[in-house]
Design a protein. Structure first.
Length: 122
């Protein structure tokens, strides 16, 4: 039961944290970002708990996780449901306007910050 509670707490922190970052960055958020953040942070927590891999690889995997979640959520909420949550169409090296290389590199850095914070807390 403790493990479930840990993951639930991490999911809540991830959901609210992602929304908070969005509000700071662009002044608004969308309910889907709560679920994206929850998925991302629980994934990071699992990776940090189960695997012994280098910090660099954690950052790479984190970048891939965040970019993948962004792509899936972008296709669902932006393209299919037409909710216009974000649009990277004017950003260089974008895919369908849903993900782009500059933000993926930012996710690499953010992943490092999150993994370092997890090390300090654990």
């Amino acid at each position: 039961m403790r493990s479930f509670n840990n993951y639930l707490l991490v999911a809540l922190i991830g959901g609210f944290g992602y929304c908070f970052i969005e509000i700071l960055w662009r002044g608004r958020t969308h309910y889907s970002m709560f679920f994206a953040g929850a998925i991302v942070l629980t994934s990071f927590y699992y990776i940090n708990s189960v695997y012994q891999i280098s910090f660099f690889m954690k950052c790479v995997i984190g970048m891939i996780i965040i970019t993948s979640i962004e792509l899936v959520f972008g296709i669902v909420f932006n393209i299919i449901l037409k909710e216009h949550v974000w649009d990277y169409s004017n950003t260089p090296l974008n895919l369908f306007g849903q993900i782009c290389l500059p933000f993926s590199l930012l996710w690499f850095v953010l992943s490092g910050v999150v993994f370092k914070a997890m090390e300090k807390i654990a």
